[in-house]
Write a protein that binds this ligand. Structure first.
Ligand code: FAD
Length: 309
């Protein structure tokens, strides 16, 4: 069995695997895809100390760093089930989608998250070419240009407020009749001079010139179609943690995030979690890596306290 079994090879899982191996722990890494969401990212300018990089380049660097260490990589596999140990210091079991079972004294879950998509024509085609999901990441690319934000919940309204300080104009589209964000956020949004809020506006298509986004079409409540000219579309209709497979095994938040404490411990002793799959606030590469390192050090602390057998 492993001392530490890490699930997911995004920034959080890779950091956890490297830290664990450097402690001399028997480490396994279930790596369906190195880099995780980073692989879907074009330019990255906020990974501190690296002024500019690209997703595939950073993902390759993450993989190379992991492979420098004695980490047993289990490629092309997803975890399908967690069976927690039934006694203190017992082994946790992870059943893979292939049906195989892995056993480990500790588990670090770093299965990340995915942005909910609009599912309209143009969204896939123009992803990273004007279609964006992360205002902290991509906002500065649109400095002085007009953008659209879709989604009138807290994340959409926060994104619109954030972007309004950088871009020339923000049009916020809300599918329903009312914004769903907290009242203080709505008040703040409506006080901004360069923001237009459109309600009952359902995005139907994202248009472009073959290279980048040029506009967006929405239908109003009466079925009429309207066009907004824009350089960017920030889709803010939810971040879904990859935790469906954990239901019932440990404590999840109402949003499906794994509930962790400040040591990345979950509700199951010996099972830790890190990164976008958890309740940690702010989903970013630099944060996910820090959390992965923290989860690994916490697993180490747990292991050295296990009774001698
Ligand atoms: P992830 O990166 O989501 O990795 C999780 C991994 O686990 C994935 O490889 C996934 O396939 C795998 N997995 C899923 N389910 C299972 C399972 N059941 N079993 C095993 N493995 C599983 N952040 C920044 O800081 N700067 C940026 O510029 C930036 N730009 C972004 C642009 C885009 C388009 C997107 C989508 C995100 C961006 N982010 C950016 C956010 C950043 O990518 C994430 O915060 C970060 O990748 C989270 O790392 P993670 O390891 O927690 O999860």
């Amino acid at each position: 069995p492993f001392d530490v079994l890490v699930l997911g090879a995004g920034p959080a899982g890779d950091a956890a695997a490297i830290y664990s191996a450097r402690k001399g722990l028997r480490t396994g890494l279930v790596a369906e895809r190195f880099g995780g969401q980073v692989m879907d990212t074009a330019g990255i300018e906020n990974f501190i100390s690296v002024q500019e990089t690209e997703g595939p380049k950073l993902s390759a660097a993450l993989e190379a760093h992991v492979r420098q260490y004695d980490v047993q990589i289990i490629p092309s596999q997803l975890a399908a089930k967690l069976i927690p140990a039934t006694e203190t210091a017992g082994l946790h079991q992870i059943v893979l989608e292939s049906g195989a079972t892995l056993r480990s004294k500790t588990v670090i879950i770093a299965t990340g998250a995915r942005w909910r998509h609009l599912g309209v024509p143009g969204e896939d085609e123009y992803r990273t070419k004007g279609v964006a999901y992360c205002p902290h990441c991509d906002g500065p690319f649109y400095k002085g240009r007009p953008v659209v934000v879709t989604g009138g919940g807290n994340s959409g309204v926060e994104a619109a407020i954030d972007l309004a300080g950088i871009v020339s104009h923000v049009t916020l589209l809300q599918r329903g009749a009312h914004l769903k964000a907290d009242k203080v956020l709505q008040d703040k949004l409506l006080s901004l001079p360069n923001v237009t809020v459109l309600t009952n506006a359902l995005t139907t298509e994202i248009e472009g010139n073959g290279k980048e986004v040029t506009g967006l079409t929405y239908s109003d409540g009466d079925g009429g179609l309207h066009q907004v000219k824009t350089d960017g579309v920030f889709v803010q209709i939810g971040l879904l943690p990859n935790t469906e497979w954990l239901k019932g095994a440990l404590k999840l938040s109402p949003y499906g995030e794994i509930v962790i404490n400040d040591h990345c411990a979950t509700s199951v002793p010996g099972v830790f979690a890190a990164g976008d799959a958890t309740t940690v606030p702010y989903k970013q590469i630099v944060i996910a890596m820090g959390e992965g390192a923290k989860a690994s050090l916490a697993a180490f602390d747990y292991l050295i306290r296990l009774p001698v057998t």
